[in-house]
Ligand binder design. Structure first.
Ligand code: ATP
Ligand code: MG
Length: 414
């Protein structure tokens, strides 16, 4: 590489472009999150230039690795490792642009049969129009790789982007994760099971800029008995998409079961248990400054997710309950789970406390029946005891960072 060019990642943002007056808040957050994602990488500088970010790298060898890290930063639409060529007073940089385009095309063309040069100008005062630039560069590239140009659906594209101070050349565009930058949307308390659905639900909310606080209910008697490795691993996978470590509560279900035994009809146990989970998560949400609860429910997928049951579970919850998967099919949810990287962990066997519940649950539970049973079994007592016996973990992308057993005076419930 000659001295007058350098390696840069071109990063374009997604929905932020639609924001109005508060756009700088989102941009600043995105820039910070990108910095955190690239900590330890040879980044010389990052700046916002003409509606995109440029990440300048000292070491071109790290370009692909850095681009891959940015794929897990929400708010990004495309990431392209590029070469930047400074513009010259006399406009003679086009030779250098052609040389660079040829070098990159020969390196990256692979098995393509057709190609195209796609030129965009952010500086519309540039001496050449976009089609003129495409023609000049296309002629040089075509001669080098010996392929015909094709305007529609080419196999391979060389991109040229004219900015005010430099021209960028790149051959690949990696899709970003989209959505809004982490930290722009507040916190949500997410019910995290060991299944496929709830990690996807949390991820979808994270993609809208929220920070999840996870609550998981386990079947063992004490936190020490909890078979929690799988849950911690799911939280860790989700933490890869977060600029900060995430909080996970592990809560025992035994305090519920002890009380439910004599007061909850078998057919109502599943729905009542769900009510216990939401009521407990509600207390956690208040403690952790969350503005909503979330679950991985998909309408009608299992008995506890009939509309009647969903409606009956928590009519008295003060916080809204988000259910981002409500209209998705299992295949759609599974595809997303694979994309996030959670699927292989989600399908591993686990002692799920839901699977030991009644085989014949009610499909149209009544809220007033649930309210009566809640009183009879002392549901607030179960919530409070479960929380005193729970543990609070902090999980980062490298695994568990900190664990604290929460024993002591009961945490007040609503
Ligand atoms: P799958 O259907 O693949 O098992 P799932 O466990 O997420 O996925 P359900 O068992 O149907 O689905 O439960 C519905 C929702 O209830 C979950 O998405 C999750 O939000 C919540 N939930 C269920 N079990 C637990 C649990 N043990 N701890 C915390 N939340 C749970
Ligand atoms: Mg489940």
């Amino acid at each position: 590489m000659s001295v007058n060019q350098s390696t840069v990642l071109v990063v374009t943002y997604s929905e932020i472009a639609l924001k109005g007056k508060n756009r700088p808040v989102f941009q600043r957050r995105l820039l910070n999150n990108m910095r955190r994602a690239l900590a330890g990488e040879p980044v010389a500088n990052m700046n916002h230039v003409e509606s995109r970010y440029l990440v300048w790298l000292d070491d071109p060898e790290r370009a692909e690795a850095c681009a891959e890290k940015l794929e897990k930063v929400f708010g990004i639409r495309w990431i392209s490792p590029a070469v930047a060529i400074p513009r010259l007073e006399d406009g003679s940089e086009m030779d250098e642009v052609a040389l660079q385009a040829v070098t990159m095309a020969m390196r990256d063309v692979g098995m393509a049969h057709t190609f195209k040069v796609d030129t965009r100008r952010s500086d519309h005062d540039y001496g050449l129009t976009s089609p003129e630039i495409s023609r000049i560069i296309g002629t040089a590239v075509g001669a080098a790789i010996q392929l015909p140009a094709r305007m529609h659906h080419p196999d391979f594209t060389v991109h040229v982007l004219v900015l005010r101070e430099r021209i960028l050349v790149f051959t690949g565009k990696r899709p970003g994760a989209g959505g809004l930058p982490a930290g722009t949307g507040g916190r949500i308390c997410c019910l995290l099971s060991g299944g496929i659905d709830s990690p996807v639900a949390a991820w979808m909310l994270m993609r809208r800029g929220i920070r999840p606080t996870f609550v998981h209910f386990f079947a063992g008697r004490s936190v020490k008995e909890a078979d929690a490795d799988k849950i911690v691993e799911l939280a860790r996978i989700l933490a890869e998409w977060s600029p900060v470590p995430l909080t996970l509560y592990l809560v025992p279900v035994v305090p519920y079961e002890m009380r439910a035994m004599d007061h909850v009809r078998e057919s109502y146990d599943m729905v009542m248990f769900r009510r216990f989970m939401f009521k407990t998560a509600h207390v956690v949400a208040r403690r952790e400054n969350c503005l909503a609860l979330a679950s991985g429910d998909s309408l009608g997928q299992v008995a506890s997710q009939t509309l009647h049951n969903l409606a009956a579970i928590g009519p008295d919850l003060e916080l809204p309950v988000m259910r981002p998967l409500i209209g998705l099919d299992k295949e759609e949810i599974t595809a997303r789970s694979q994309r996030i990287g959670a699927y292989e962990v989600s399908i591993q066997p686990y002692r799920d406390c839901c699977s030991i519940r009644s085989p014949r649950p009610v499909l149209d539970a009544r809220a007033d029946t649930l309210a009566e049973m809640s009183q009879a079994m002392d549901l607030p007592g179960a919530v409070s005891e479960a929380l005193t016996q729970s543990a609070k973990l902090l999980v980062g992308p490298d695994g568990e960072i900190r664990r604290r057993e929460l024993s002591g005076p009961a945490i007040p419930t609503d």
